[in-house]
Write a new protein. Structure first.
Length: 171
């Protein structure tokens, strides 16, 4: 798994898990593989519950409107999982950096990947680039990876729904 310079992979993975929570640990692992992770980890009995905790902690960051408070929350997550950078070469990916200890635990690795990727995303794209969808009643996470930084909706469907509501309100 490679983190791009903007943390895009990590925030899109976290948003995907938050917006459509898998019912099983296998579903979580399948999603991580679909979205770019190449490693799998030995299952533990409480993985599903612990990954849910990772996502819930991340959602507190998403829902924090104040950039300073958002940074405090994110720094706490980084402290819980991040480690000094290290070169690694696994799964025929070539040499790349890991910013975590080599702990074979899906929840631990996801906490590290998501917190680091979110940090990269926010400091390179802007502290406001995580939010909730603005098409009521939708509450999905929007990880804004657009060039102009104006993504307000989680999907085309929600954007269209909001446009129809605006149109009807004017009529």
């Amino acid at each position: 798994m490679h983190l791009n310079p903007y943390g895009e992979y990590a925030v899109l993975l976290a948003a995907s898990l938050a917006n459509d929570w898998p019912e099983t640990r296998a579903g979580i692992e399948e999603r991580t593989l679909e979205l770019g992770m190449t490693q799998t980890f030995p299952p533990a009995v409480d993985d599903h519950e612990r990954v849910r905790g990772v996502i819930d902690d991340w959602l507190a960051i998403v829902d924090e409107p104040d950039p300073d408070a958002r940074a405090v929350l994110l720094n706490a997550q980084l402290a819980a999982a991040a480690a000094y950078p290290r070169l690694t070469n696994h799964d025929d990916e070539g040499w790349h950096l890991h910013y975590r200890d080599d702990v074979p635990s899906l929840p631990y690795v996801l906490r590290a990947i998501i917190s680091l990727g979110t940090s990269l995303h926010l400091v390179t794209r802007g502290m406001s680039r995580l939010s909730r969808c603005q098409a009521e009643p939708c509450t999905n996470v929007v990880a804004d990876v657009t060039r102009n930084g104006r993504q307000r909706f989680c999907s085309v469907r929600c954007a269209n729904r909001a446009a129809v509501r605006r149109h009807r309100a004017r009529a």
